[in-house]
Ligand binder design. Structure first.
Ligand SMILES: [Zn+2]
Length: 445
């Protein structure tokens, strides 16, 4: 008589148990995936449930590439400042800021862990991220922008930083990105004079940046321009503008010059250079700000605008005059990383953001009272932060549960036409860009 192998015996009697186990594991996996997908409560009634199913299916996988017609907004987390990658509906690309603070981990207000790790500089992490996501679009950076001249937005300077291969400048933040990815035009607040309100040529970080600009012009024909408040044709679609007439970038503010809300007219709200110097005007108030709109969807971003010191010098509250010309938005990048001296109730009361992206990179980001103001402006607001320390989490107490995400790159992906969007949180501990959580879809207003 033929013997039945032991393995077959085991298989035959244990089949129902295996099936039960399989079903249980399958059920647990579905529950786990559902727990990572949060449906937006109030404004998703008219949205197709196919979006929910798609969101569920990509948890744990690399975020699918950008596709024609979509608008992507990526808050890239390095733990050392801000960087936002934008991919417009026709594939035009733009990088706003490229972090690279050289802060010591032993600083009195310490930074969180560097991402993805200490072996990858912030400039390289942003380069790798941008290279990955711009590939299906223009496969380069059409626009670079520096919101203001601080290291957590453009990269710090030290004699220890590596030189670029031509030996023209040291690589850090924006200069490291530009050394590795070609760009067409770079915007900043003070090209080409770099003397407002003080001469920037005494700052080694700025001299290095200017050396980088000169190199990029010669090396691959890059251009540089001063960002002009009021304009609405400085940042435009470069690949197929006629296909997307409902896409627009409105320049709001730069160097304290603010769009009036009429045509392309803009007005300076700051005092004389002499008064700015005497009053020790902080660099943050000169930040560039803009509003991007695509159909019903709109996004506000304005560097590190703040109101610190307004009790002594009213002009230090640069949010106040800006508040007069802004309207409600779907998504807002919080000013100045959501710290204590910005995102005042007046500005938030005008923007009434549905989604707030806080590019946190210090122990004090975001500030609990600042986040309270965000919810006061819109109790249904969804607040996301890129990088929160354990010490700061403790300061929030029970309010911590109101924050949707506390770690990772944050991606807002707007559907073709701009009617709705989804928020994805990506794992920032490696460079795989895997989706950890999804939120929405949200209806654009
Ligand atoms: Zn900053």
């Amino acid at each position: 008589m033929k013997q039945i192998p032991n393995s077959m015996k085991n298989f035959s009697w244990s089949l129902p148990f295996n099936l039960l186990l399989f079903k249980m594991i399958g059920g647990l996996a579905i529950l786990l995936i559902l727990s990572c997908v949060e449906r937006e409560d109030n404004s998703s009634r008219n949205i197709n449930d196919e979006d929910i199913v798609l969101a569920k299916s990509i948890i744990g996988k690399t975020l699918p590439p950008w596709e024609e017609g979509y608008l992507d907004i990526h808050a890239i987390n390095t733990g050392r400042g801000e960087s936002t990658l934008l991919i417009f509906p026709d594939g035009t690309t733009m990088l706003v800021d490229a972090a690279g603070s050289l802060i010591s981990p032993l600083h009195e207000i310490p930074p969180p862990a560097q991402k993805p790790n200490n072996m990858v500089s912030p400039g390289l992490a942003i380069t790798n991220y941008a290279k990955h996501f711009v590939k299906p679009a223009s496969n380069k950076l059409n626009y670079l922008m520096v919101s203001h001249f601080h290291s957590d937005h453009m990269g710090g300077y030290s004699d220890d930083l590596p030189m670029d291969p031509s030996g023209s400048f040291r690589m850090s933040g924006i200069t490291e990105v530009g050394a590795n990815i070609n760009f067409d035009i770079i915007f900043d607040r003070d090209y080409p004079t770099y003397n407002y309100p003080i001469n920037h040529f005494s700052n080694p970080m700025m001299v290095n940046y200017i050396n980088f600009l000169n190199w990029a012009k010669t090396a691959y024909g890059a251009k540089a321009e001063r960002f002009v408040a009021g304009k609405n044709d400085q940042i435009v679609l470069k690949r197929n503008p006629s296909k997307y007439p409902n896409f627009k970038v409105q320049n709001l503010i730069s160097n304290g010059i603010i769009w009036t809300g009429i045509g392309t007219e803009a007005k300076n709200v700051l005092p004389s250079v002499e008064d700015l110097v005497i009053g020790k005007a902080p660099e943050n108030i000169f930040s560039i700000g803009l509003e991007l709109s695509y159909g019903k969807f709109n996004y506000f971003t304005a560097g590190d605008l703040q109101y610190n010191g307004r009790s002594d010098h009213a002009w230090k509250d640069i949010e106040a005059p800006l508040s007069k010309i802004v309207n409600p938005v779907d998504v807002m990048k919080s000013n100045h990383h959501g710290t204590a001296n910005c995102n005042g109730d007046v500005l938030l009361g005008k923007l009434i953001p549905k989604v707030v992206l806080s590019h946190s990179w210090r122990d004090v980001h975001p500030n609990p009272e600042t986040v309270t103001r965000m919810f006061a402006a819109n109790s249904a607001s969804h607040v996301f932060t890129t990088n929160m320390t354990e010490a700061n989490k403790a300061r929030f107490g029970s309010d911590l549960t109101k924050i949707k995400s506390m770690q990772g790159h944050i991606v807002v992906r707007v559907k073709p036409g701009g009617a709705s969007y989804t928020v994805y949180v990506l794992d920032d501990s490696n460079q795989e860009y895997n989706v950890v959580k999804t939120f929405g879809p949200y209806q654009a207003n």
